[in-house]
Design a protein around this ligand. Structure first.
Ligand code: ZN
Length: 305
């Protein structure tokens, strides 16, 4: 029997909540940064977009994406290059997939030029920025879709890469849905390094105050916290844990993937050779050490909605 799993992955917390004081990234010592691994990939051949009309939308198709928009041709052209390039890079980095084989089912990308239209068509809050929608089952992804607000070009670029990471990870987790923490942690890792530094700094201050989830709670979480502060903690801890695992694994991304798959089989036995209690202790020490000397420079903007 076919089993489908439909996922709605909102970016409500990440891009609403994480409005950080400008210049903050410079307060974190360069020596403490965890550098993003180099991403090597074959150059993507960009073919001209194929244009058509459908159900009141302008449609522009690239090799793996179908963009539905309202005359935002310049933005679509930029997004098409970004999405195709990012797809290849993220697949090679996290799925060890070489080559540029096309998806048999393209990813539909809907661009809403106003928050009002986004809310009306998706039923998601107008102050969120986008989400990925997937159907998986029997080891296959049957539907890929991104719904994005397109009223802020810089933001839609960041949101698209984050959401695209969710779509790509589904290829490896098409039998069983990837754990929430890993899905978000890896997606955050695809974002600009400055955002990760901002989150790391805020999280370190929270952990010092005794707040935060235990790793057992974090790794067991089936649903997004509805409380805003807990949501912030969930995203920040997920991103930080992925960063930590990347820094610890000699085989890096593949090691993180094996850890994630090991966690799906249960949390009672050591994961990748380490108990959760020991991992939590080592992760906290790493997090707090990475932030020593940066106190006072980390704060959330007071005006976040
Ligand atoms: Zn996400």
């Amino acid at each position: 029997m076919f089993v489908s799993c439909r996922r709605y992955i909102p970016l409500i917390f990440v891009f609403v909540a994480w409005s950080i004081a400008t210049g903050l990234g410079q307060t974190v010592r360069a020596a403490d940064e965890v550098p993003a691994p180099p991403v090597k990939h074959e150059p993507v051949k960009h073919e001209p977009l194929r244009h058509s009309q459908s159900n009141g939308w302008h449609v522009a198709e690239s090799r793996n994406f179908r963009f539905h928009h309202h005359s935002q041709t310049t933005l679509v052209a930029r997004l098409a290059v970004l999405c195709e390039d990012s797809r290849t890079a993220i697949r090679q980095r996290w799925l060890s997939t070489s080559g540029t084989a096309n998806w048999s089912i393209k990813c539909d990308v809907y661009l809403y030029p106003t928050p009002a239209e986004y809310q009306q068509k998706t039923r998601f809050p107008a102050d969120s920025w986008g989400f990925a929608d997937l159907e998986i089952g029997n080891g296959k992804v049957w539907m890929r879709k991104l719904d994005l607000r397109s009223d802020n070009e810089a933001r839609v670029i960041n949101v698209a890469v984050h959401e695209l990471t969710h779509v790509i990870l589904a290829d490896r987790f098409a039998h069983r849905q990837i754990p929430r923490w890993a899905d978000e942690g890896i997606a955050l890792n695809s974002e600009p390094a400055t955002r990760q530094k901002d989150m790391r700094g805020w999280l370190a201050a929270e952990i010092k105050q005794g707040r935060g989830f235990t790793l057992h709670q974090l790794l067991s979480m089936q649903h997004y916290p509805q409380n805003k502060h807990l949501g912030d903690l969930f995203y920040a801890q997920s991103g930080s844990l992925v960063e930590f695992l990347l820094s610890q694994n000699s085989d890096s991304e593949e090691g993180v993937m094996r850890f994630v798959e090991s966690s799906q089989r249960g949390l009672d036995k050591p994961l990748s050779g380490i108990t959760l209690a020991k991992l939590e202790s080592e992760w906290k020490a790493w997090l707090l050490n990475s932030q020593s000397g940066s106190e006072g420079g980390v704060q959330l903007a007071a005006d976040r909605p």
